[in-house]
Design a protein around this ligand. Structure first.
Ligand code: E4P
Length: 218
């Protein structure tokens, strides 16, 4: 399973990329606004930090402008994936960019029917938002199970299931159990995944005992 960071915080991306556990990054207009940075410059900088795909989202609603935006974003770096919304114009743009060899991440997916459309449009990634479904009392992870099942039934579907809107480490664990291809998570969730009280307790005990030996490895 691939790990993407869902962030436009350059410091956090740089810091966590150094662990070697980060395969890519997803951004969205809200994350860019929160960072206060200049979109194009930020995408360029993030693309230089991580080797894998960096999703950069178009902001137009009509196909012609989306296509022009997508082409401009794709020229920023070889590892840009253009993000388009799951609308008729978004999928038309997905089809066009995909046929030009540009990887496309179709975002704002909330149903299996939408995921089927994205695969038909040649998306490289489909981004179902599990947290936002949970927020309204629906079952976000059930959507992932449905999409994984549907995509697995067709050898010709190469669209990767990119689980988005992750709220806690259990979302990541559930996505892994279901065989999802990618999860994109805020930096804080990746940091949380390291934690277990027994790890901290066990390490403290080992170090206390080691110091009693008076030895050092180096
Ligand atoms: C995915 O690409 C989106 O940027 C993201 O996961 C949305 O998450 P949110 O619901 O926490 O805003």
């Amino acid at each position: 399973m691939k790990f993407f960071l869902d962030s436009a915080d350059i410091g956090e991306i740089r810091d966590l990329a150094a662990t070697g556990l980060v395969d890519g990054v997803t951004t969205n207009p809200s994350l860019i606004a929160k960072s206060g940075g200049t979109f194009i410059d930020m995408v360029k900088e993030i693309c230089a930090i991580v080797p894998g795909p960096v999703s950069a989202e178009v902001t137009a609603l009509d196909h012609e402008t989306m296509l022009a935006e997508g082409r401009k974003l794709a020229r920023i770096a070889d590892n840009v994936a253009v993000k388009v919304p799951l609308t008729p114009d978004g999928l038309k743009t997905c089809k066009a960019l995909s046929s030009e060899g540009v990887p496309v991440n179709v975002t704002l997916c909330f149903s299996p029917a939408q995921a089927i459309l994205a695969a038909k449009a040649g998306a490289s990634y489909i981004s179902p938002f599990v947290g936002r479904l949970d927020d309204i009392g629906a079952d976000g992870m059930a959507l992932i199970a449905d999409i994984v099942q549907i995509y697995s039934a067709y050898e010709t579907i190469t669209t990767e299931v990119l689980v988005a809107s992750i709220r806690h480490p259990m979302h990541v664990v559930e996505a892994a159990k279901m065989g999802a291809d990618v999860v994109t998570m805020p930096p804080a969730i990746l940091r949380q995944m390291f934690n277990h009280p027994l790890t901290e307790k066990g390490l403290a005990a080992f170090l206390a005992d080691w110091s009693k030996t008076g030895q050092s490895i180096l």
